[in-house]
Design a protein around this ligand. Structure first.
Ligand SMILES: NC(=O)c1ccc[n+]([C@@H]2O[C@H](COP(=O)([O-])OP(=O)(O)OC[C@H]3O[C@@H](n4cnc5c(N)ncnc54)[C@H](OP(=O)(O)O)[C@@H]3O)[C@@H](O)[C@H]2O)c1
Length: 264
């Protein structure tokens, strides 16, 4: 039996590092001794994140590269930077994400496609390009940041729910597929979390259900990194998210009844 994963010296690529959960995971990993390559489009945010951490004497604590994660060339560039500047790659955390709210009938086709590209295709393709390096890494792992809506969809969330259901399936498939190469896969199924997610929607307005009591990005990041450390297959931070997934698995009629009542 393998013991807990050591985070010290872990070479990690973290997407979505400019805000919310990705940023908090990057900080949690770096403060626990990992060497982090953080990425997102807003380079100034990444530079501020780097400046907020005190540099290590003997090597990088956090470096960054700005770009669009849906660009295949940029994904390959990121992996090259990890190899050149961190000396290898042991962990990929795919936290970048975006959503769109509204009826499918009026959702622009390119917005639907963008949500799938950012939330599902980019993580899968990033893992694909990183795989040979992860396989050669130290105690390697992949973390895919999904959503409780990957377990049970809501109306007016078609693109997002389809993408996150895909992430749930991707994690389940890769967990078995990558085991022979010694690569662990962790699915983080998040419920409402404090972040810029709802301000950065590609289309539509923040729905009422998301306004409850969100978990902080920091609490969520700690749960994710603890689950990584303890080699868990899935983490569902917060009791509300756990209750939703329990209902989705065992009594989905409850969610459907609430959805129908709210639709009236
Ligand atoms: N917040 C919630 O309630 C909630 C619930 C369930 C699941 N999640 C999931 O949690 C993950 C993190 O989201 P968050 O809540 O932390 O939201 P957030 O604060 O909006 O962070 C999203 C991150 O993704 C990056 N990003 C978006 N599009 C990108 C692109 N095309 N290329 C590169 N980076 C891109 C953003 O950076 P730039 O804009 O700088 O590129 C940002 O760093 C997402 O996968 C989301 O689906 C969130």
């Amino acid at each position: 039996m393998r013991g807990p994963r050591s985070l010290s010296g872990l070479r990690a690529l973290v997407t979505g590092g400019s805000s919310g959960v990705g940023r908090a995971v990057a900080i949690e990993l770096a403060t626990r001794g990992a060497h982090v390559l953080a990425t997102a489009r807003r380079g100034e945010r990444l530079a501020a994140l780097q400046a907020s951490l005190s540099p290590l004497k003997d090597g990088p604590q956090l470096i960054f590269a700005a770009g669009d994660i849906t660009d295949a060339g940029f994904r390959a560039h990121l992996v090259r930077i990890a190899i050149e500047r961190l000396g290898g790659l042991d962990l990929v955390v795919a936290a970048a994400g975006s959503g769109a709210i509204g009826p499918l009938a009026t959702l622009p086709a390119d917005t639907f496609q963008s949500v799938l590209d950012i939330d599902l295709v980019a993580p899968a393709e990033l893992v694909r390009v990183a795989l040979p390096h992860l396989a050669a890494g130290r105690d390697p792992a992949v973390v895919l940041v999904g959503s409780i809506l990957g377990y049970h969809p809501l109306p007016l969330h078609a693109a997002y729910c389809a993408a996150k259901a895909g992430v749930t399936a991707l994690a389940g498939s890769l967990r078995h597929e990558l085991r022979p190469q010694g690569i662990d896969v962790l699915l983080a199924s998040l419920g409402p979390t404090e972040s810029e997610f709802w301000d950065a929607l590609l289309s539509g307005q923040r729905p009422a259900w998301s306004r409850g009591r969100p978990l902080s990005a920091e609490t969520t990041a700690r749960s994710i990194v603890n689950a990584l450390e303890h080699r868990r297959h899935e983490v569902i931070p917060g009791w509300r998210a756990k209750a939703f997934v329990f209902a989705a698995r065992h009594a989905s009629w409850i969610i459907d009844a609430i959805v129908s009542r709210n639709a009236r």
